[in-house]
Design a protein around this ligand. Structure first.
Ligand SMILES: *Cc1c(COP(=O)(O)O)cnc(C)c1O
Length: 390
């Protein structure tokens, strides 16, 4: 039986979350996770997935996984024991070659990669200088490391410069500037060239989480750093978004990767991903590398959506990426608008605190290659009515 103290705690917390309109529930999807999905027996169009290139339901990824599955499912151990499969090695080499970096190390998730790097690299004598809207995994990894944590106003390069210049030389062993490339709830992009220059000038290292840039941004899809021709010492990315599979990577120099193999606890003490997942991810990376037309279609879709929204006076921000938030304010309103859209066959999740700051609850609309023009137009039509009422 649950102890009364635990029972009372859980009930009180759940009620508090409900009262604040912050209660979250999952909807079950039957079948594939493409642009058109089945939820509770209903067909609807998904406008909140991170499958930016539509690769999650590409049969070629499934085929690559199926071929690897002929040998079985699990890897059976961490990569350092006996879990490191040829499929993992091939994926690492494909990624390193594509990104033009010396080495890449696979992790089972982006969350694990960020935690592994920060906790593995930094300790009490070190300093993190971080954008205030960084992803939760970067915040948790930073906290877990015990390093001094300097939180900087969003995308404010001058403020990064101020913090870095205030740090007295030698007071900190390592200083790491840490930022998302594309911010996951706003779709805006960090000032990467400025941060790279500032870091270099102050002897700090730069870590960029390119979860939403990898496969999407840059002339050849290498990501946000390619798009602005900037260098980062440490780059993380997930294979669960544009690459259409799962898993994640850290990219960097030889010594960085060798160090993480020794010290990143989320790598050392975690079972290697199933080889079939690595096979699917590698196929995804090959496709996004070799078929730029998917990226072209994605940006055509983004343009269509933004032009349509402007014509209908729907106030989007200035994001030029697939992430197009419509900020509505309080959580109840965001939920109501999301629900109304869902009833009309459009799934756009309401994003509420603590994922975004209080008072900035929003619809986080994402465009993908798989959306057809008429689906985008129909969403705009529904949105034009839904966001005003309420
Ligand atoms: C999704 C995301 C992650 C986590 O990646 P997973 O592979 O889903 O664990 C990390 N950072 C950012 C910015 C993300 O958006």
């Amino acid at each position: 039986m649950t102890p009364p103290a635990l029972q009372a705690h859980l009930a009180a917390e759940l009620q508090r979350i409900r009262d604040a309109d912050l209660y979250r529930v999952r909807r079950v999807i039957d079948g594939g996770h493409g642009a058109q999905i089945r939820v509770n027996g209903q067909t609807c169009i998904n406008f909140c997935s991170n499958d930016y290139l539509g690769l999650a339901s590409d049969p070629r990824l499934a085929e690559a996984a199926r071929a690897a599955l002929a040998h079985g499912t699990g890897s059976g151990a961490s990569a350092l024991i006996s879990g490191y499969n040829r499929e993992h090695q091939r994926l690492e080499e494909t990624l390193a070659d594509f990104l033009g970096v010396p080495r890449v190390l696979l992790f089972s998730t982006g969350w694990a990669a960020n935690l592994g790097v920060l906790r593995g690299l930094l300790g009490r004598d070190d300093t993190i200088v971080a954008d205030e809207l960084n992803h939760a995994s970067l915040i948790d990894g930073g906290r877990l490391s015990g390093a001094r944590y300097e939180r900087v106003p969003h995308r404010d390069a001058a403020a990064f410069g101020d913090v870095l210049s205030r740090l007295t030389p030698h007071a900190s062993r390592l200083t790491l500037v840490v930022t998302d490339s594309v911010f996951s709830m706003d779709g805006d992009v960090a000032p990467l060239p400025e941060l790279a220059a500032l870091s270099a000038r102050r002897g700090a290292a730069l870590m960029v989480d390119d979860a939403h840039g990898f496969g999407v941004l840059g002339p050849t899809g290498r990501g946000a750093l390619e798009a602005c021709a900037a260098h980062a010492d440490i780059r993380t990315g997930t294979l669960g978004k544009a690459a259409g599979a799962a898993g994640a990577f850290v990219a960097g120099d030889e010594d960085l990767i060798e160090y993480l193999v020794q010290r990143a606890r989320s790598f050392v003490f975690s079972t290697a991903q199933p080889p079939a997942v690595a096979a699917a991810a590698r196929r995804g990376v090959e496709i996004l590398r070799d078929e730029p037309e998917h990226r072209q279609q994605l940006f055509d879709n983004i343009r269509r959506f933004r032009d349509g929204a402007a014509a209908l006076d729907i106030p989007l921000g200035d994001s030029q990426t697939p992430i197009q938030p419509l900020v509505l304010g309080d959580a109840a309103r965001a939920l109501a608008v999301s629900q109304r859209l869902f009833e009309q066959g459009y799934w756009v999740a309401a994003i509420r605190p603590p994922t975004v700051p209080r008072g900035t609850s929003r619809l986080r609309i994402t465009l993908t290659t798989a959306h057809r023009p008429e689906q985008i137009d129909a969403l705009l039509e529904a949105l034009a009515h839904a966001w005003r009422t309420d």
